[in-house]
Design a protein around this ligand. Structure first.
Ligand code: GLY
Length: 389
């Protein structure tokens, strides 16, 4: 069921992530950055923070954040990393930790992640290990991070063997999702974030998927996207994620549903070498299409549903097969090799998130590899260029 009325215009809403002593709020609304100090002050153990952000976000939002912290007497310093997935590695983690130590960030201080998924994952991991753990707060500035990566406490860096393979579960103390920040996002990034939004409809919320079919275009409209519609979509997505995280924080069961499409997506991203050719949300869009195609090929899901998913993603301008993201020469065997590094592999066997229909996803390990290979062969045979670039 869809959480909340889709039509309701929404100025500010709070979603609680219920995790006993690690519970926290996600505050969603417009112009929150300008008042960030007021929202942050009550959750700080002492009024001292280090902001970790990237160069692009710093130019757009850092001054506003620092002014709002200064206004309420929160001492602050900023650490600025290069923008892009390439920063999510051990080298950058070490550089950030060195700077945090140089700033003498103490155990009762707080690290703020201001930015998208890369900043959030890196800053969160740094917070998890600095002095064996200091508090941290997420201020996500991309659609993808507002609806997914800033919520639920997954932190990580990428390694050569794959994405997010080294990290920690470490919950933030607060998430501040300011949808006004989305107005400065490049259209491609906003669209890529939509891949994670639509995922929530596909997992268990058919009404939300229908609402997105009606309202998705308004969310992504260039001039200007509707803040109320964006806020509503972020709130529904966060409620959905919060509910799943609350019942399975460490992904021993249901949380794996949030990885619908992601085993395929991570394989595509690994093949792309995280070089910016393919954004995470674009890979997720292709992965969602693959998960529904596989489900329908296995006779689990009506083919009308998988066609409807593919149609909606395409209508929103998202890629649905690898040929659209410049991964030429990719084979099913190479994809499967990447997929074997997936964190959900258990006893050497892949775990799949499949669907009985839109909003009816489920976790299974019972998928014959031949069927996966067949689906991948079909999906990859549409590639126009068989030479590796
Ligand atoms: N992005 C998937 C999860 O947080 O579990």
């Amino acid at each position: 069921m869809m959480a909340g009325s889709p039509e309701q215009a929404l100025e500010q809403t709070t979603v609680r992530v219920d995790l006993a002593e690690r519970s926290y709020d996600i505050i969603i609304g417009e112009n929150l950055l300008l008042e960030a100090g007021t929202y942050l002050a009550p959750v700080l153990a002492r009024p001292r923070v280090a902001i970790i952000t990237d160069a692009t976000v710093a130019a757009l939002h850092l001054t506003h954040l620092q002014e709002s912290l200064d206004a309420v007497g929160i001492e602050n310093d900023a650490i600025i990393i290069p923008a892009g997935e390439g920063s999510k590695n051990f080298t950058q983690l070490q550089a950030v930790l060195d700077q945090l130590l140089a700033l003498r960030i103490e155990r009762r201080d707080t690290i703020i992640a201001l930015g998208g998924g890369v900043v959030g994952d890196l800053a969160g991991f740094a917070a998890a290990i600095l002095r064996r753990g200091v508090d941290f707060i997420q201020i996500p500035t991309t659609l993808l991070s507002q609806v997914d990566s800033s919520v639920g406490g997954k932190t990580a860096v990428n390694v050569s063997q794959g994405k997010n393979l080294v990290g920690a579960f470490y919950q933030p103390r607060l998430v501040l999702a300011d949808v006004t920040a989305l107005s400065t996002l490049p259209a491609r990034e906003l669209r890529a974030g939509y891949g994670e939004v639509v995922k929530y409809g596909l997992i268990d919320d058919f009404a939300f998927f229908e609402w997105l079919e009606m309202n998705g275009a308004q969310m992504l409209a260039a001039a200007p996207a509707s803040p109320a519609v964006l806020a509503q979509a972020v709130a529904v997505s966060c409620r959905s994620k919060a509910a799943i995280v609350a019942r399975d924080e460490r992904e021993t069961g249901d949380r794996a549903l949030l990885n619908l499409g992601h085993t395929f997506a991570h394989a595509l991203e690994a093949e792309g070498g995280y070089d910016g050719r393919i954004l995470h949300g674009e890979a997720v869009s292709i992965g969602l299409n693959m998960a529904f195609t596989l489900s329908s090929q296995l006779g689990l899901c009506p083919s009308q549903d998988s066609a409807r998913v593919c149609r909606h993603l395409a209508q929103m301008g998202l890629p649905t097969d690898p040929s659209q993201v410049g991964l030429s020469g990719l084979t099913a065997d190479v994809m499967l090799e990447h997929m074997r590094q997936d964190k959900k592999v258990s006893d050497g066997q892949l775990t799949f998130i499949l669907a009985k229909g839109i909003g009816q996803s489920f976790i299974t390990r019972d998928v014959p590899e031949d069927a996966v290979k067949e689906m991948l062969d079909n999906a990859l045979s549409t590639q126009p260029n068989l030479q590796k670039s």
